[in-house]
Design a protein around this ligand. Sequence first.
Ligand code: ZN
Length: 443
Amino acid sequence: MLGVPLPIPDNPSVAAAKRSIANDASSPHLATVAAKLRTSMITLLGDLIRIPSTSGHEKPLVDHVAAWASQQSFICDLWETPDQAIAAEPLAKLRHLPLKGRPTLVVKSPTSHQADGGILLNAHSDVVAAPQPERWQFDPFSGHIENSLMFGRGACDTKGPLVSGLWAMAIIQQAFPKGIPGGLHLELVPGEEDCVGLGTLTSVLRGHTAAASIVLEPTEGLPRCASRGGCRFTITLIGQAVHGTVKWLGKDAIALARDVLEALAAMEKTFSHHDEGLFSSYPIGRPITVDNITGQGWQGTICDQCVISGYFELLPNDELSHWKNVFQQELLRRLPCPPSEATLEFSEEYHGHRLEQVHPLCQYAQHTLADEGESLFWQGFNSGCEAGLRATRLATPTLVWGPGSLVQAHGINEYVNLHEVEQVALRVARLAIHRAYQKSGQV
Ligand SMILES: [Zn+2]
């Protein structure tokens, strides 16, 4: 445990709180509090981007956030989960980097350390690599700021959103020194970029529960009430190597792979039809994304074995095992070689989630936007993320919300708009206040 617990004050009465809601949830006062915190929060974001926390190397980043949180008098639970402690979990059996040296952190408000009545924000501590820094306009681990944009690996996925969450907690702490019912808490989990869901599982197994959850991912500043599920596939094609000058005597696994790529593109089209309204604005219903093709062969020789791998991403209510089966059947039907010369494996899987728009959590989000005179058009988050874990395992009502865009995530010159980081901080703080006082803390 880090941090010094403060005494728990009496909760303000709901009636008194309701009287003050008009000045608190929507008043300029909160924006003033947010603005006062601006310099320190932007400094924190720069510091976090300068820590290259690629999957497997999250610890220095997590330690930094824990130290910051303790300094702000938040209460920290910082621990490591040994792989053997979760070996029985189906998710832990999937391929992932060992958990040793990769801590999980839960940060709680000192005035309401019962996170189970509150909103638990979720962010992942890892980032993808930046393998070609020379192609970046600025050093990917510098946190360079230009025109209110902060550049760097992880700026929008997901250190900017993480700082929005911490900023929201700091706003609540300053504006409500006695706390708000339920409170706003945060879990920082390792390994989302390596094995979706596993990091959040470590926190669930530690006993951290919540009445609601907000997963901090780049959603362009707007809340999303659903996310994709999916799985990782690996197709291995077996050829027969011979010298290129007599290639007609062998079988080229790379040529087979070309046909398989075409088959996958055709399958993506076939699988695209759906009636999931929250994803109707996205042109591809169920994306199939090949992210790696590896040929194994000697130089000048046609290829002996070619491996194609990538992700098959689904809609929130799609049944994973059903769609794996459909994928397998369709691939088999289109294979350019006898089935004995190809194998298909699924090595990772994660659940999507879907929260009905009539759910109170969605309603509070709508009030929050209405405070700014904005109306909200609900959409799903067009990616997989940690949202599925708590939502499916514990039925925790969950939103995905953060500054930045999926267009920048994982790319060269990744950035986040600092105004948006602050805007989401304010919005999340307002949501927590709406939830705490408008329905006596019930979600
Ligand atoms: Zn992410």
